[in-house]
Design a protein around this ligand. Structure first.
Ligand code: ZN
Length: 248
Protein backbone atom coordinates (compact mmCIF):
# COMPACT_ATOMS: atom_id res chain seq x y z
CA UNK A 1 0.00 0.00 0.00
CA UNK A 2 1.02 3.58 -0.44
CA UNK A 3 0.52 6.55 1.86
CA UNK A 4 0.53 10.09 0.48
CA UNK A 5 0.44 13.06 2.83
CA UNK A 6 -1.98 15.72 1.59
CA UNK A 7 -1.97 17.93 4.70
CA UNK A 8 -0.15 17.78 8.00
CA UNK A 9 -0.49 21.03 9.98
CA UNK A 10 -2.33 20.88 13.28
CA UNK A 11 -5.22 23.26 13.83
CA UNK A 12 -5.06 25.52 10.78
CA UNK A 13 -3.57 25.67 7.27
CA UNK A 14 -0.72 28.02 6.49
CA UNK A 15 1.88 28.79 3.81
CA UNK A 16 -0.21 27.12 1.12
CA UNK A 17 -0.28 23.81 3.01
CA UNK A 18 -3.24 22.20 4.69
CA UNK A 19 -4.30 20.31 7.77
CA UNK A 20 -4.66 16.55 8.40
CA UNK A 21 -5.40 14.48 5.35
CA UNK A 22 -3.82 11.30 4.03
CA UNK A 23 -4.45 9.26 0.92
CA UNK A 24 -3.97 5.53 1.41
CA UNK A 25 -3.95 3.39 -1.71
CA UNK A 26 -3.85 -0.33 -2.38
CA UNK A 27 -4.11 -1.54 -5.96
CA UNK A 28 -6.84 0.65 -7.41
CA UNK A 29 -8.55 1.46 -4.14
CA UNK A 30 -8.31 5.03 -2.84
CA UNK A 31 -9.07 5.69 0.82
CA UNK A 32 -8.89 9.22 2.18
CA UNK A 33 -8.19 9.49 5.91
CA UNK A 34 -9.44 12.80 7.29
CA UNK A 35 -10.30 15.69 5.00
CA UNK A 36 -8.66 18.73 6.53
CA UNK A 37 -8.49 22.22 5.11
CA UNK A 38 -7.02 22.33 1.56
CA UNK A 39 -7.13 18.54 1.22
CA UNK A 40 -9.45 18.50 -1.79
CA UNK A 41 -7.07 20.68 -3.82
CA UNK A 42 -4.13 18.51 -2.72
CA UNK A 43 -6.03 15.32 -3.60
CA UNK A 44 -6.69 16.53 -7.16
CA UNK A 45 -2.98 16.30 -7.87
CA UNK A 46 -3.22 12.52 -7.57
CA UNK A 47 -6.75 11.44 -8.48
CA UNK A 48 -10.05 12.87 -9.59
CA UNK A 49 -12.00 13.31 -6.32
CA UNK A 50 -14.79 11.35 -8.03
CA UNK A 51 -12.50 8.32 -8.03
CA UNK A 52 -12.24 8.29 -4.25
CA UNK A 53 -13.63 4.99 -2.92
CA UNK A 54 -14.09 5.87 0.76
CA UNK A 55 -13.41 8.52 3.38
CA UNK A 56 -12.55 7.71 6.99
CA UNK A 57 -12.80 10.39 9.67
CA UNK A 58 -10.99 10.04 12.99
CA UNK A 59 -13.04 12.79 14.67
CA UNK A 60 -15.04 15.91 13.89
CA UNK A 61 -12.64 18.76 14.72
CA UNK A 62 -12.59 21.33 11.92
CA UNK A 63 -8.96 20.74 10.98
CA UNK A 64 -9.90 17.12 10.12
CA UNK A 65 -13.24 17.66 8.36
CA UNK A 66 -12.99 21.15 6.82
CA UNK A 67 -13.20 19.85 3.23
CA UNK A 68 -15.90 17.20 3.71
CA UNK A 69 -18.68 19.56 2.58
CA UNK A 70 -16.91 20.65 -0.59
CA UNK A 71 -15.98 17.04 -1.37
CA UNK A 72 -19.70 16.20 -1.20
CA UNK A 73 -20.49 19.16 -3.51
CA UNK A 74 -17.78 18.06 -5.94
CA UNK A 75 -19.34 14.65 -6.19
CA UNK A 76 -22.79 16.16 -6.53
CA UNK A 77 -21.94 18.70 -9.24
CA UNK A 78 -19.10 17.24 -11.25
CA UNK A 79 -19.63 14.40 -13.69
CA UNK A 80 -17.11 11.66 -14.39
CA UNK A 81 -15.15 12.10 -17.66
CA UNK A 82 -17.69 14.69 -18.84
CA UNK A 83 -19.97 11.85 -19.90
CA UNK A 84 -22.65 12.64 -17.36
CA UNK A 85 -21.85 9.60 -15.23
CA UNK A 86 -22.34 10.28 -11.57
CA UNK A 87 -19.80 9.21 -8.99
CA UNK A 88 -20.80 6.29 -6.75
CA UNK A 89 -22.33 7.16 -3.39
CA UNK A 90 -19.27 7.78 -1.22
CA UNK A 91 -19.13 5.86 2.06
CA UNK A 92 -17.88 8.16 4.83
CA UNK A 93 -16.84 6.23 7.92
CA UNK A 94 -17.22 8.06 11.21
CA UNK A 95 -18.04 7.38 14.83
CA UNK A 96 -21.49 7.87 16.33
CA UNK A 97 -20.37 9.37 19.66
CA UNK A 98 -21.46 12.70 18.18
CA UNK A 99 -24.64 11.96 16.31
CA UNK A 100 -25.19 15.45 14.81
CA UNK A 101 -21.81 15.39 13.11
CA UNK A 102 -22.28 11.77 12.08
CA UNK A 103 -25.62 12.57 10.44
CA UNK A 104 -23.97 15.30 8.33
CA UNK A 105 -21.90 12.62 6.58
CA UNK A 106 -24.98 11.46 4.72
CA UNK A 107 -26.12 13.48 1.72
CA UNK A 108 -28.87 12.05 -0.45
CA UNK A 109 -27.40 10.09 -3.41
CA UNK A 110 -23.95 11.62 -2.77
CA UNK A 111 -22.51 10.19 0.44
CA UNK A 112 -23.52 7.82 3.19
CA UNK A 113 -22.34 7.91 6.80
CA UNK A 114 -21.18 4.49 7.99
CA UNK A 115 -20.51 3.93 11.68
CA UNK A 116 -17.39 2.33 13.13
CA UNK A 117 -16.63 1.45 16.72
CA UNK A 118 -13.89 0.04 18.93
CA UNK A 119 -15.82 -3.20 19.24
CA UNK A 120 -15.74 -4.22 15.63
CA UNK A 121 -13.14 -4.64 12.94
CA UNK A 122 -14.10 -2.89 9.75
CA UNK A 123 -13.39 -3.99 6.20
CA UNK A 124 -12.97 -1.14 3.74
CA UNK A 125 -12.00 -2.49 0.31
CA UNK A 126 -8.51 -4.03 0.63
CA UNK A 127 -8.09 -2.86 4.23
CA UNK A 128 -8.98 -4.35 7.59
CA UNK A 129 -9.26 -1.59 10.19
CA UNK A 130 -9.49 -1.58 13.97
CA UNK A 131 -9.98 1.38 16.26
CA UNK A 132 -8.81 2.70 19.62
CA UNK A 133 -10.41 5.63 21.42
CA UNK A 134 -7.87 8.37 22.06
CA UNK A 135 -7.42 11.07 24.70
CA UNK A 136 -8.84 14.23 23.15
CA UNK A 137 -11.44 16.92 24.05
CA UNK A 138 -13.92 15.31 21.63
CA UNK A 139 -14.34 11.60 20.84
CA UNK A 140 -11.56 10.55 18.48
CA UNK A 141 -10.26 7.18 17.26
CA UNK A 142 -6.82 5.95 16.30
CA UNK A 143 -6.77 3.45 13.44
CA UNK A 144 -4.77 0.32 12.80
CA UNK A 145 -4.95 -0.44 9.11
CA UNK A 146 -3.91 -3.82 7.74
CA UNK A 147 -3.57 -4.37 4.01
CA UNK A 148 -5.29 -7.73 3.64
CA UNK A 149 -3.24 -9.23 0.83
CA UNK A 150 0.21 -8.30 2.18
CA UNK A 151 -0.29 -8.05 5.94
CA UNK A 152 1.42 -4.63 5.95
CA UNK A 153 0.24 -2.40 8.77
CA UNK A 154 -0.05 1.35 9.27
CA UNK A 155 -1.12 2.80 12.60
CA UNK A 156 -2.41 6.38 12.76
CA UNK A 157 -2.75 7.85 16.25
CA UNK A 158 -5.19 10.53 15.05
CA UNK A 159 -5.29 13.31 17.68
CA UNK A 160 -4.39 12.28 21.19
CA UNK A 161 -2.58 12.89 24.40
CA UNK A 162 -0.28 10.05 25.42
CA UNK A 163 -1.89 6.73 26.33
CA UNK A 164 0.06 3.56 27.17
CA UNK A 165 -2.46 1.58 25.09
CA UNK A 166 -0.78 3.00 21.99
CA UNK A 167 2.09 0.56 22.51
CA UNK A 168 0.11 -2.69 22.09
CA UNK A 169 -2.05 -0.99 19.45
CA UNK A 170 1.07 -0.16 17.39
CA UNK A 171 2.86 -3.49 17.84
CA UNK A 172 3.78 -5.11 14.54
CA UNK A 173 3.11 -1.97 12.50
CA UNK A 174 5.40 -1.08 9.61
CA UNK A 175 4.66 2.63 9.90
CA UNK A 176 3.38 4.77 12.76
CA UNK A 177 1.84 8.09 11.74
CA UNK A 178 1.67 10.09 14.96
CA UNK A 179 0.22 13.33 16.29
CA UNK A 180 3.36 15.25 17.32
CA UNK A 181 1.97 18.69 17.97
CA UNK A 182 4.14 19.35 21.00
CA UNK A 183 7.79 19.72 21.93
CA UNK A 184 9.63 17.92 24.71
CA UNK A 185 8.63 19.23 28.13
CA UNK A 186 4.88 19.21 27.47
CA UNK A 187 4.38 15.50 28.23
CA UNK A 188 1.06 14.20 29.61
CA UNK A 189 -0.88 16.88 27.77
CA UNK A 190 -4.56 16.04 27.44
CA UNK A 191 -4.94 16.91 23.75
CA UNK A 192 -1.72 16.08 21.84
CA UNK A 193 1.57 14.21 22.18
CA UNK A 194 5.18 15.35 22.29
CA UNK A 195 8.16 14.29 20.19
CA UNK A 196 9.35 12.20 23.14
CA UNK A 197 6.07 10.38 23.66
CA UNK A 198 5.58 9.35 20.04
CA UNK A 199 9.20 8.20 19.77
CA UNK A 200 8.73 6.14 22.92
CA UNK A 201 5.65 4.45 21.43
CA UNK A 202 7.59 3.60 18.25
CA UNK A 203 10.53 2.29 20.28
CA UNK A 204 8.49 0.16 22.68
CA UNK A 205 6.18 -1.17 19.97
CA UNK A 206 9.24 -1.80 17.75
CA UNK A 207 7.83 0.11 14.80
CA UNK A 208 10.66 0.70 12.30
CA UNK A 209 9.30 3.93 10.79
CA UNK A 210 7.71 6.92 12.50
CA UNK A 211 6.16 9.87 10.68
CA UNK A 212 5.63 13.00 12.77
CA UNK A 213 2.46 14.84 11.77
CA UNK A 214 -0.19 17.31 13.00
CA UNK A 215 2.82 19.60 13.22
CA UNK A 216 3.00 22.95 15.02
CA UNK A 217 3.29 26.09 12.90
CA UNK A 218 5.89 28.81 13.54
CA UNK A 219 8.31 26.44 15.19
CA UNK A 220 11.56 24.60 14.59
CA UNK A 221 10.45 21.29 13.11
CA UNK A 222 14.03 20.04 12.82
CA UNK A 223 14.30 20.40 16.59
CA UNK A 224 11.05 18.45 17.03
CA UNK A 225 12.49 15.68 14.87
CA UNK A 226 15.86 15.76 16.68
CA UNK A 227 14.10 15.31 20.02
CA UNK A 228 12.29 12.25 18.68
CA UNK A 229 15.49 10.77 17.19
CA UNK A 230 17.27 11.31 20.49
CA UNK A 231 14.56 9.33 22.27
CA UNK A 232 14.53 6.48 19.76
CA UNK A 233 17.72 6.44 17.66
CA UNK A 234 16.92 3.03 16.14
CA UNK A 235 13.69 4.25 14.55
CA UNK A 236 13.62 5.90 11.13
CA UNK A 237 11.90 9.21 11.90
CA UNK A 238 10.63 11.64 9.30
CA UNK A 239 8.56 14.82 9.27
CA UNK A 240 5.29 14.76 7.36
CA UNK A 241 5.12 17.20 4.49
CA UNK A 242 2.77 17.78 1.59
CA UNK A 243 3.43 15.22 -1.14
CA UNK A 244 5.42 12.84 1.04
CA UNK A 245 4.89 9.33 -0.33
CA UNK A 246 5.63 6.28 1.79
CA UNK A 247 5.37 2.79 0.32
CA UNK A 248 4.65 -0.09 2.67
ZN1 ZN B 1 -8.53 17.28 17.14
Amino acid sequence: MQLTVLGYWGGYPTKNEGTSSYLLESDDFHLLIDAGSASLIALEKYIDPLELDALLLTHYHADHIADVGVLQYTRQLKRLNNNETRAQVLPIYGHQDDIDNFNRLTMDRISKGVAYSEEEELIIGPFKISFMKTLHPVPCYATRIVEKNTGKIMVFTADSGYLPQFIPFSQGADVLLADTNLFKGMENHRVHMTSIEVARIAKQAKVPKLILTHLPQESDLELLKAQAINESPETEIILAKKGLVVKL
